[in-house]
Design a protein around this ligand. Structure first.
Ligand SMILES: [Zn+2]
Ligand SMILES: [Zn+2]
Ligand SMILES: [Zn+2]
Length: 331
């Protein structure tokens, strides 16, 4: 039985996933910087957990935030989590895909923290080319960062933006997004349900349509497949009922799954039926006895898993983990 990676003694303050990497390594000896000879030159790498060296593998995914769309701290919120969480883990979820052989990276979704997330990637992989964004759906945490591609900011030149037909229609028919298309800051490319997209010699991406409230667009989860392994990335879904993950994943593969709410009494005064997500307890049931490894992502600011307590202990009894910021999954 696996334990939650971030489960630590109660004296540890509220979830500081970034710092936990160093704590896990070698108590008493905290090495923060390592120079690694990499593709002809020395680059600094933060020492993290054992996954740290995996990002020298040919293809991998890395996580740039653990929170739901609105991040932690959330605007105008004085809850315990929002008053205490001050780490990059509180950025809204974004998964980067890195191809070391080709010297390229892509991002899944453009969050409200897109500038910090892209800058983090550019610092870490300074010579790599940013080759595009793949969008899951039109809720703010997943596309609002596109605004930084426009002429007021980065003024991108025909950056590929991969999206479903309905997502493309939404962007094309509404400002300020339509200006990105008119001014050729972005070049829309089509994602179709279950249609494999080969973005690089070693990386295939398969969008998988999932049930999720669709005010402006449909929603995709993304299956990333590399030379060795696959990763199923599903930040938003209403319910697990119609999804069969064993169609997509084998033993040794990875699932990063929607864990927005832990319980249905988490948001007093809000009707959770208007914003449905599987509760964490339902997710634990959903992945029970599955051979792949699971991490919980897209945590709402109200989720008790942000801090030590009985909820983390409960999760720790199941074969799931909480991810670190910058965690690497070798594909
Ligand atoms: Zn979301
Ligand atoms: Zn809060
Ligand atoms: Zn959503």
């Amino acid at each position: 039985m696996q334990t939650v990676r971030s489960l630590r003694p109660e004296r540890v303050q509220p979830l500081d996933i970034d710092r936990s990497k160093h704590q896990l390594n070698s108590p008493g000896l905290v090495l923060r910087i390592l120079l690694v000879f990499h593709y002809g030159k020395f680059i600094p790498l933060q020492i993290t957990s054992q996954a740290s060296m995996a990002d020298l593998a040919s293809v991998f995914a890395t996580l740039l935030g653990v929170a739901q769309d609105a991040g932690v701290p959330q605007v105008a919120c004085q809850c315990e989590n929002c008053l205490t969480i001050r780490t990059n883990s509180g950025w809204p979820v974004c998964l980067a895909i890195v191809d070391n052989n080709a010297g390229k990276f892509w991002m899944i979704d453009a969050t409200p923290r897109f500038p910090e997330q892209l800058n983090w990637l550019k610092r870490r992989y300074p010579d790599y080319r940013f080759c595009g964004i793949l969008l899951t759906h039109a809720h703010i945490g997943h596309y609002a960062g596109l605004m930084y591609l426009g002429r007021e900011a980065m003024s991108a030149k025909a950056l590929p933006v991969y999206a479903s037909i309905s997502m493309q229609a939404y962007l094309s028919n509404n400002g300020p997004w339509s200006a990105l298309i008119e001014l050729n800051n972005i070049e829309l490319k089509t994602l179709r349900d279950n249609d494999q997209l080969i973005i690089s010699k070693d990386i295939v991406i398969t969008p998988v349509a999932v049930e999720h409230r669709s005010e402006f667009s449909n929603t995709y989860a993304m299956l990333l497949s590399g030379p060795q392994r696959s990763l199923f990335y599903c930040p938003d879904i209403d319910s697990w009922q119609r999804l069969n993950l064993s169609e997509y994943l084998n033993a040794n593969d990875y699932a990063l799954l929607d864990a927005t709410f832990f319980s249905d009494d988490e948001l007093p005064g809000r009707n959770l039926r208007e914003i449905p997500h599987p509760l964490v307890t339902q997710t634990l049931e959903f992945i029970r006895d599955q051979p792949f490894q699971t991490w919980l992502i897209h945590l709402n600011h109200s989720n008790p898993l942000w801090r030590p307590g009985k909820e983390r202990k409960l999760v720790g009894k199941h074969a799931v983990q909480l991810p670190d910021f910058g965690q690497v999954w070798n594909l």
